[in-house]
Design a protein. Structure first.
Length: 725
């Protein structure tokens, strides 16, 4: 009886499977073929329309050379083959050539997708349209002849045809769809006929072999990311018919050395020429009224640019990171420079703000390291450079918003704005008058040449990242007037030897001459240096407390401390060992990130979790003992700990986070306990030293590409518990 039931079940299963496949074939056909019947003739499946007596090819399993007939006969009735249906030959990797009859008028979407062995194809004059992604991924296709009957090339039509070296587009074609030739890396040149009026989005995206292209006068617009990543393109002529260049039109065209923009173009959109590192000069016509966000960002070869009087605004990051730009003239027509407009233009030595400018965005001239002269033209109603101060001051608020190494701060200034001196590496000293009450965010960030600074008693607040990365600063004194210190205020000040808070400060102190800043009410140490001693009254370390203190070699943490903040010791490359007291319960995000000198660390039983990136890039760490109190290891917890050869995970741990041990190339063995239920995505990615691993039966979830790149891993075994007898 059991065998009869089994046979019955198998019969039902295979009957249902065939029915499902038949229904799928019927449902996959287009709406035009809703009343069609699927038939098989000569190894090819067709969907026939009995009312119109037409047939559409739907699929085949044939390989090699295929000849599609002009018509088929079904039960004595002749049906004319008029189209190749959607995905009809998709994935037919054995198909090498095909003959299409003159009766076919359309090739529908994905028709020949991923036919990787198809080397050439001739389309008959009857075909009028090629559907979306028609030849997508046909990597073996080297040439194709398009007949004059074709009027449009659908989206992604030849996308990914990496073997295609040339193609002739007939005069009948009026538009090239989005991604039409994207990633056709073998395409070296192409002629676009006069019939084409528009190039779609990402039309030639990633065509790295394309060295030249002729755009006809019929084209009126270049779509978004049209030539994105065409690194082989050295020059291009844009005809007068074009009125707009889409977002990212020439993004990352690193080989482009020159370009002429016609008078017909009225705006350069966002990211238009971003990262065109080979571009040395460009002429912007008088027709252009605005330069979009990141328009020329990263054009490191650009040495000069002339902005015409027609331009009224420069977008965010417009010329950011144009490190070769030595001078620029902003015309009187410009009324606004958006945020970060010239950030990172390290070659600029001077700038003049015309009296027409009424709006300057945040960080407009941040990281312009070589600035020697900054001037606002007289007559400007919003900004000034009073007393020849070599800076930009917002007149109404008396806030200095941009300075340089030669700036002298007038007594009338009441605050230093965000990004004011950011990245002024040539600034060695500055005198701040008693009128100043606040320093903005990022105010002196990255002023590596600054060795000392005196903060006057008038100052009440220092913004976020205020002195971060001031690697030349050796000492700092916080006056008793300061009641607010922004986050990460003194992080990465590697040479700080002395930190002092003046007595009488009601919010902060440096008790017991500790060489640090402590928030009095919470007993939290918020900034330390290599000479810091931690008083027993301190209960926690704030975020980034010792971050970037490369001179810190050892530190004693008292039992009063219960928590170590995020990035607390990150980048302390001189730290070789550390003992964490039993009072600490958790190690936060990036706590010891990049402590490359750390060879050993003792984690107490009080700690219950290790945060994300906790020990990432601790390349000197050879071994570590994780106590039984720990229940989880965060994402990338030990990633890039290349010196780690073995590790014991206690039975208390239930999960290993994403990329937990990624790129631990020295790790040869690891024992995963029965308590672990999940291994995160890329958990052991790139652990090339691992040869075998045993996964306990407690693990119910293996993350995506858990062992990706473990090239020497030959054995992955599943450990089963013994059954009870």
């Amino acid at each position: 009886m059991a065998s009869i039931r089994m046979v019955a079940r198998l019969f039902i299963f295979f009957t249902m499977k065939k029915l499902f496949l038949l229904l799928t074939l019927l449902l996959c056909t287009s709406m035009d073929w809703a009343h069609a019947t699927v038939v098989k003739v000569g190894g090819i499946y067709y969907s026939i329309d009995q009312s119109n007596k037409t047939a559409q090819v739907t699929s085949t399993y044939k390989t090699g050379t295929l000849c599609i007939p002009e018509s088929i006969s079904v039960k004595g009735t002749i049906y004319v083959v008029t189209s190749l249906g959607q995905s009809c030959f998709s994935g037919c990797t054995g198909l090498t050539s095909i003959t299409i009859p003159n009766s076919v008028t359309s090739l529908e979407g994905y028709c020949f997708r991923d036919c990787t062995c198809l080397t050439s194809i001739t389309l008959p004059n009857s075909v009028t349209s090629l559907g979306g992604y028609c030849f997508y991924g046909c990597t073996g296709l080297t040439s194709i002849t398009l007949p004059n009957s074709v009027t449009s090339l659908g989206d992604g039509c030849f996308s990914g045809c990496t073997g295609l070296t040339s193609i002739t587009i007939p005069n009948s074609v009026t538009s090239l769809g989005n991604n039409c030739f994207s990633v056709c890396t073998g395409l070296t040149s192409i002629t676009i006929p006069n019939s084409v009026t528009s190039l779609g989005q990402s039309c030639f995206y990633g065509c790295t072999g394309l060295t030249s292209i002729t755009i006809p006068n019929s084209v009126t617009s270049l779509g978004q990311s049209c030539f994105y990543g065409c690194t082989g393109l050295t020059s291009i002529t844009i005809p007068n018919s074009v009125t707009s260049l889409g977002d990212g039109c020439f993004f990352n065209c690193t080989g482009l050395t020159s370009i002429t923009i016609p008078n017909s173009v009225t705006s350069l959109e966002d990211d238009c020429f971003q990262n065109c590192t080979g571009l040395t000069s460009i002429t912007i016509p008088n027709s252009v009224t605005s330069l979009g966000n990141s328009c020329f960002s990263g054009c490191t070869g650009l040495t000069s640019v002339t902005i015409p009087n027609s331009v009224t605004s420069l977008g965010k990051w417009c010329f950011s990171r144009c490190t070769g730009l030595t001078s620029i003239t902003i015309p009187n027509s410009v009324t606004s420079l958006e945020a970060y407009c010239f950030i990172g233009c390290t070659g600029l030595t001077s700038i003049t703000i015309p009296n027409s400018v009424t709006s300057l965005g945040n960080g407009c001239f941040a990281d312009c390291a070589r600035f020697e002269s900054i001037e606002v033209e007289s007559g400007n109603t919003v900004y000034d450079s009073r007393e020849n101060c070599n800076a930009i001051i917002e007149t109404s608020s008396n806030t200095m918003i941009a300075g340089c190494k030669n700036t002298a701060i007038p007594n009338s200034v009441t605050s230093l704005g965000d990004y004011c001196f950011r990245g002024c590496t040539g600034l060695t000293s500055v005198t701040i008058p008693n009128t100043v009450t606040s320093f903005g965010n990022w105010c002196f960030y990255g002023c590596t040449g600054l060795t000392s600074i005196k903060i006057p008693n008038s100052v009440t607040s220092l913004g976020d990242y205020c002195f971060r990365g001031c690697t030349g600063l050796t000492s700092i004194t916080i006056p008793n007037s300061v009641t607010s210190l922004g986050s990460i205020c003194f992080a990465d000040c590697a040479r700080l030897e002395s930190i002092e808070v003046e007595s009488g400060n009601t919010v902060y102190d440096s008790r017991e001459n500790c060489n640090a800043i402590i928030e009095t009410s919470s007993n939290t140490m918020i900034a330390g240096c290599k000479n810091t001693t931690i008083p027993n009254s301190v209960t926690s370390f704030g975020n980034w407390c010792f971050s970037g203190c490369t001179g810190l070699t050892s530190v004693t943490i008292p039992n009063s401390v219960t928590s170590l903040g995020s990035s607390c010791f990150s980048g302390c490359t001189g730290l070789t060992s550390i003992t964490i007291p039993n009072s600490v319960t958790s190690l936060e995000w990036t706590c010891f990130y990049g402590c490359t000198g750390l060879t050993s660390v003792t984690i107490p039983n009080s700690v219950t979790s290790l945060g994300d990136y906790c020990f990432t890039n601790c390349t000197g760490l050879t071994s570590i003992t994780i106590p039984n109190s720990v229940t989880s290891l965060g994402g990338s917890c030990f990633a890039v700990c290349t010196g780690l050869t073995s590790i014991t995970i206690p039975n208390s741990v239930t999960s290993l986070g994403n990329e937990c041990f990624a790129f631990c190339t020295g790790l040869t063995s690891i024992t995963i306990p029965n308590s672990v239920t999940s291994l995160g995505d890329y958990c052991f990615r790139g652990c090339t030293g691992l040869t075998s691993i045993n996964i306990p039966n407690s693990v119910t979830s293996l993350g995506y590409r858990c062992f990706y790149g473990c090239n020497n891993l030959s054995t992955i075994s599943r450990k089963h518990r013994k059954r009870r007898s």
